[in-house]
Write a protein that binds this ligand. Sequence first.
Ligand code: FAD
Length: 577
Amino acid sequence: MSKIKASTALVNTLKNWDIDHVYGIPGDSIDTIVDALRAEQEAIQFIHVRHEEVATLAASSYSKLTGKIGVALSIGGPGAIHMLNGMYDAKMDNVPMLVLAGQVPTSVANTKYFQEVDLPTLFADVAVFNKQIESAETLPDIVDEAIRTAYEKKGVAVLTIPNNIPLTEIKNTVKPKHEIYQQTKPEIAPETIARAADLINSAKNPIILAGVGTKHAKETLIQFSEHTKTPVIISLPAKGIMPDTHPNFLGNLGKIGTKPAYEAMQEADLLLMIGNDYPYTDYLPQHDVTCIQIDIDPSKIGHRYPATVGIVGDAKEALTALIETTDYIAKREFLEASQENMANWWKWLREDQAKTGTPIAPEAVMAAIQKIAEKDAIFSIDVGTSTVWSTRYLQLDHHNDFLISAWLGTMGCALPGAIAAKYAFPDRQVIALAGDGGFSMVMQDFVTAVHYKLPMIIVVLNNKELSFIKYEQQSAGELNYAIDLPDINYADFAKSCGGLGFRVEEFEDLDLAFEAARTANRPAIIDVVVDSNAAPLPGKIVMDEALGYTKFEIRSVLEDHRFSKMPPLKTIIRRFF
Ligand code: FAD
């Protein structure tokens, strides 16, 4: 049998799994693997990012968009530590990731050597597969097992590889390319469908809460909603599953949700939870309501809300079966009332978006984005007020994708997501949206987009503060502290990196900048100076929040000796009552 270097065997195994790019930064303890990747650069592209956190956040985003495993690579020690954030993002949003981390050579292992960190211990909590390689011969098989496990458990597989091991010659035992691993789905028990159908047929006010687990079942979800005349609410990361303009759609639920969704949820007599693990249980029906839950993972049934009937299986298959077994409903008062409520909600939002003044309203920026967004645009959204404005005001449909760090909620995810989106779908328009707080955490990687010629539009909502935190402090009755950010001109920064930059300070210049960025075919930053007093109020203001704002105002007067600028009273009243 012929012999090859273990590093080459590793790269051949990656190729077997159709891995065509890796995000990372080279360095001494991983250089033997980087050398093998150099030899195979036609098959596997090395995307050299500027920070390891961006490598793992991009790998996680790639996986969210495509379902394929994302791969990140770094030296051990500091580089490995930097990777943790994106690894947790993948873990918490349940997507497969492979991480290759370098390590000091075995000859100096456990001697407190330069950059030696106990990586298996560091990664113990985040990884579903976590091995330090002990021998060159086992490397290819362990890589293969790592990838299988990451797919199977929808999580992060980590290999810590001492730098001398990949250089060792081993027998070439890498198996020829095989069919990609396919996950099996549990078979749905027919009696659960029959019981669920009975409940649906007798419900007066049924409501659907659909989540990420219905992403592959968009058409079927709509069909079911139309067949049974059931209004649909979705979880935030599921945005785009149902067109925002569909008449049965009520938007999101939660602080970033809509008021009609909140009200319909509280009036429902049957809750259908489909492919979601919705965490904010205060927004679920507070009275005792019959619940049907559909989830592929049996451990999720009844996890957040008591399930009367649990259907364990794939959402698309379950919905198809339910369409066949439930009565067609021609008209439902509950849906009609919700639609009326929703029409009112959209009217309010359109009023917000019609603001033409300076300082520019973030809602108006969303309207400008909507004008230039292509039908299948991918939106990569940061965490902060940018999450609120985009989720609430952008109207997406089936062909769009919406990326966010949903469970970890890490700031700085929009730019890495946009980079990954260009590798996943090079021909689609990519729009990233971030606040100045989130963007400045990872802005160095704008040069990655420029270097690899990845056309994208990055919108920075620049209000010179951590606005989401500002309103969190206020709604909790705390005085604002430590939220200010320096005034950075991100358009100048973009130009200094070799990209395009547009600074927009006046409303009149907004559309022009977006039009120029749209046709540019180069990475562009649109730095919009937005109104720092634009409050990302919840769709439905609950009593605790109203009391918190009141306490904040009183403390502002008593302790800071000034009246603070409160959100418009009209908006507060509309969202409270
Ligand atoms: P997941 O938790 O990923 O659950 C998906 C479920 O689908 C899992 O149980 C899985 O087993 C199941 N599944 C997978 N595949 C299938 C299949 N084929 N068939 C059936 N089931 C399947 N979220 C909100 O909804 N409202 C908010 O107001 C809100 N505010 C946020 C604010 C910020 C700043 C941030 C960062 C996030 C916010 N989120 C909000 C997101 C929130 O934290 C959760 O991540 C989100 O609600 C979870 O959505 P999910 O349940 O659909 O996804």
